[in-house]
Design a protein around this ligand. Structure first.
Ligand code: SF4
Length: 359
């Protein structure tokens, strides 16, 4: 049986590091697309194992970080609706909007509660029939199916006091835009394991076919990441550009059809605005008309304040991989996890927070 320490075996790690060193080209930039990879790389010191001339750059895969300021302001506006209990994952409470944050709103007396799943929010709605419960739905395909299931369950139960602020995004369309950015020089991609368990391998293939960029889907243990990097180095060494899967224990080529069907039943794709990347057609999910009563924005139509971006924050450049967090003039001096200026310093998956903690 495979145990947790098998993914940290020093002998296997040594072998993979040797392969990386032997196969690496003179110069290469590998982007880790996913925020969980950013943290795994930082926590395990993998950046320092990269051969000279090769570097790792973070990408746009932290869902809290890519949520636009306008969407944060919309969530704050929903928290201000008098009868609303606003439920959210913890990271979102500290993200600064244009003039406030959910934490400040909570201090001002709004009912903001941290939950660990949309089903927790559903239970709060059941227990508080006289109140309106809104769940903040932010994330990629890893969380979108759970929210689809919560909405379907609410409909089946006839629950009239539950709704969702839907700001879900899908990664492949954002990567398509990112790959066309003339400022970005990326030679290969470490692709996210969690998202790929849902969407499978196919939606990534265009990266190799259209842009000639190799990509490897990998997991989050130290050996997973090293194996993914070694496979990328082999592709670069052999002049290949393919999408490969180093996370076969989690990712099937076709993804998870049940989860994909749940997403498709409740959501349709739409244009979504990403922090740092702007509006991207087909990169977001909105609630279908058949489930419109569960769409918090359509239910409450709150007044959203005009958007102001955090002054001096370079999260947009960090999310596009064209700047490392410690190149931001505010990093560590003004912007810290205790006093975050932008979301990349707030989120547990944010690059700035990972740099602050581990470098
Ligand atoms: Fe924004 Fe702070 Fe990161 Fe600078 S260090 S990009 S201000 S979050």
């Amino acid at each position: 049986m495979v145990g947790p320490n098998d993914f940290k075996d020093p002998k296997l790690a040594r072998g993979l590091i040797d392969s990386i060193q032997a196969l690496a080209p003179e110069h290469a930039t590998l982007m880790e697309v996913c925020g969980t990879h950013t943290v795994a790389i930082a926590r395990n010191g993998i950046r320092s194992l990269m051969p000279e001339g090769c570097r790792l750059a973070s990408g746009p895969g932290c869902p809290v970080c890519v949520t636009s300021n306008h969407d944060i302001d919309a969530v704050i506006a929903l928290a201000r609706v008098p009868e609303v209990i606003l439920t959210t994952f913890g990271d979102m409470t500290r993200v600064p909007g244009s003039t406030s944050s959910l934490l400040k709103e909570q201090a001002a007396g709004r009912d903001v509660r941290i939950v660990y799943s949309p089903l927790d929010a559903l239970n709060i709605a059941k227990e508080n029939p006289e109140r309106q419960v809104v769940f903040v739905g932010v994330g990629f395909e890893t969380t979108t199916p759970l929210i689809a299931i919560a909405i379907k369950r609410a409909k089946a139960m006839g629950l009239e006091n539950f709704s969702v602020f839907a700001a879900h995004k899908n990664m492949p369309n954002a990567m398509d835009v990112l790959m066309r950015d003339p400022n970005l020089k990326v030679d290969a991609l470490i692709l996210p394991g969690h998202v790929s368990t849902i969407i499978g391998m196919e939606p990534w293939r265009f990266l190799a076919e259209k842009y000639g960029i190799p990509g490897v889907i990998t997991g989050f243990e130290p050996l997973d990441v090293l194996e993914g990097i070694a496979m990328i180095m082999r592709q670069l060494h052999e002049g290949r550009a393919e999408i490969e899967n180093a996370y076969t224990r989690g990712v099937m080529p076709q993804g998870n059809p049940v989860a994909l069907a749940a997403i498709d039943e409740v959501f349709e794709t739409c244009t979504a605005t990403w922090r740092g990347l702007g509006p991207i057609e087909g990169s977001g999910y909105r609630i279908r008309d058949e489930f419109a009563q569960f769409d918090a924005l359509r239910r409450f139509e709150p007044t959203i304040e005009p958007t102001k971006e955090p002054k001096g924050c370079r999260c947009g450049d960090v999310l596009r991989g064209i700047m490392a967090p410690d190149e931001c003039p505010l990093f560590r001096k003004v912007c810290t996890p205790e006093n975050p200026v932008g979301p990349c310093m707030v989120s547990s998956e944010g690059s700035c927070a990972a740099y602050f903690r581990y470098y």
